[in-house]
Design a protein around this ligand. Structure first.
Ligand SMILES: Nc1nc2c(ncn2[C@@H]2O[C@H](COP(=O)(O)OP(=O)(O)O)[C@@H](O)[C@H]2O)c(=O)[nH]1
Ligand SMILES: [Mg+2]
Length: 217
């Protein structure tokens, strides 16, 4: 599977907000109503296409350990992107975002792109956090924002894709040092065409990418 870049992501937020379901929706395009934590995947990966570039997203899910708040540095280390998830029907999960963000800022890459995700937007009748509140939190902290539903798949892929598009933009702007492993970015075989600073200056060979899908972001 050839790719220009690999971006590592983490998914954080309170237990039960739908982190594992969002990941499953992104990697497998399906919803599993009762997600068994014990068999929950620890990471998922999928190839996407952004600006005609094949990009591999490798996503790490906390798989239950969030309930202990014993998130280790190693989990945050080397993540280029983070999905910071709350449940729009449970106000407390939104109130906890600031402490999750503080954890990510303390242990993660300072340039990490963070997307705030208000999940379960299919449960509008039980809404406890307005969209405006979510947007304001994101804006105040310089983060991306989307409301999603892992159940109906609404915006689920977009949350991952928009984060990747921002990371790619930041690479082009020189904000990320793609040669620093702790950036959460790995250069693939079709690496770095058109990106200034590519180590050897050669044009990479882009292979066939049958799994790549095109997104209009
Ligand atoms: N209605 C609805 N339920 C969801 C959604 N996402 C997850 N759930 C449910 O919320 C519960 C917790 O989901 P899970 O992904 O295990 O949460 P995690 O602890 O953050 O990984 C499960 O019962 C899911 O079926 C969603 O978008 N809409
Ligand atoms: Mg989970």
């Amino acid at each position: 599977m050839s790719y220009d870049y690999l971006f590592k992501y983490i998914i954080i937020g309170d237990t039960g907000v739908g982190k594992s379901c969002l990941l499953l929706q992104f990697t497998d395009q399906r919803f599993q109503p009762v997600y068994d934590l014990t068999i929950g995947v620890e990471f998922g990966a999928r190839l996407v296409s952004i600006d005609d570039r094949p990009i591999k997203l490798q996503i790490w899910d906390t798989a239950g350990q969030e309930s202990f708040r014993s998130i280790t540095r190693s989990y945050y280390r080397g993540a280029a992107g983070a999905l910071l998830v709350y449940d729009i029907t449970r106000r407390e999960t939104f109130n906890h975002l600031m402490s999750w963000l503080a954890d990510a800022r303390e242990h993660g890459n300072p340039d990490m792109v963070v997307m705030v995700v208000g999940n379960k937007c299919d449960l509008a009748q039980r809404r406890a956090v307005s969209k405006e509140d979510g947007e304001k939190f994101a804006k105040d902290n310089g983060l991306l924002f989307l409301e999603t539903s892992a159940r109906t798949s609404q915006n689920a892929e977009e949350a991952f894709i928009m984060t990747a598009a921002q990371i790619l933009h930041n690479i082009k702007e020189g904000i990320f040092d793609v040669f620093d492993e702790s950036s959460g970015i790995k250069i693939g075989q079709g690496r770095g065409q058109g990106i200034t600073g590519a180590r050897d200056g050669t044009r990479g060979q882009r292979g066939a990418v049958p799994l790549a899908r095109t997104w209009n972001v």
